[in-house]
Ligand binder design. Structure first.
Ligand SMILES: [Zn+2]
Length: 176
């Protein structure tokens, strides 16, 4: 499971298209819970709360985020409306907590999760970074990433970068 990109890209990448095949990491409640554990620093949802309803809702929002991020030109109106609607489900407000300023959302846990994911998508879609998003160049891989360096070509240097280098080496040695 590829994580560590902006949250909205991590969400889209849970539907993984890699040279090893297609995997949907959000297919089951366990899968979503595992993804939430890996995102514990960025999302407030407790993996133990996940139900089938969460899986359905997360996958629906993911489809809209993917459409908004990957369609050429303006994001589709239906995707924009769905993302904005998800953000409205749990508006954030600042509060003073025991250790300083905290962001709170007075809403049920699923609404909080959808709002946090939607806000991540809105922030990315509204930033100049959106034009820098790339898809991995390895054959058969369509994972998305936001390159910190313009020359980055692979979703993961260890997986795809290495795979392409090995394939090239194999081709060279065969041509001799
Ligand atoms: Zn890749």
């Amino acid at each position: 499971m590829l994580t560590g990109e902006p949250l909205a890209l991590d969400l889209v990448n849970t539907r993984a298209h890699t040279p090893e095949g297609d995997v949907d990491h959000l297919e089951t409640a366990d899968g979503l819970a595992a993804w939430l554990s890996r995102q514990a620093e960025r999302l407030t949802a407790r993996p133990g709360d996940v139900t089938g309803e969460w899986v359905e809702a997360a996958r629906r929002l993911r489809a809209h985020v993917e459409a908004a991020l990957t369609s050429p030109g303006e994001p589709p109106a239906a995707a924009v409306a769905a993302i904005n609607e998800a953000a409205r489900r749990a508006p954030a407000h600042l509060a003073l907590g025991p250790t300083g300023v905290v962001t709170r959302r007075d809403a049920p846990p699923l609404d909080r999760l959808l709002a946090e994911l939607a806000e991540a998508a809105i922030t990315l879609l509204g930033s100049p970074d959106v034009s820098k998003i790339k898809a991995c160049e390895a054959p058969g891989c369509r994972m998305l990433f936001l390159p910190a360096r313009p020359r980055r070509r692979w979703c993961s240097p260890d997986l795809c970068g290495n795979r392409v280098r090995v394939a090239r080496h194999y081709q060279r040695t065969r041509q001799r």
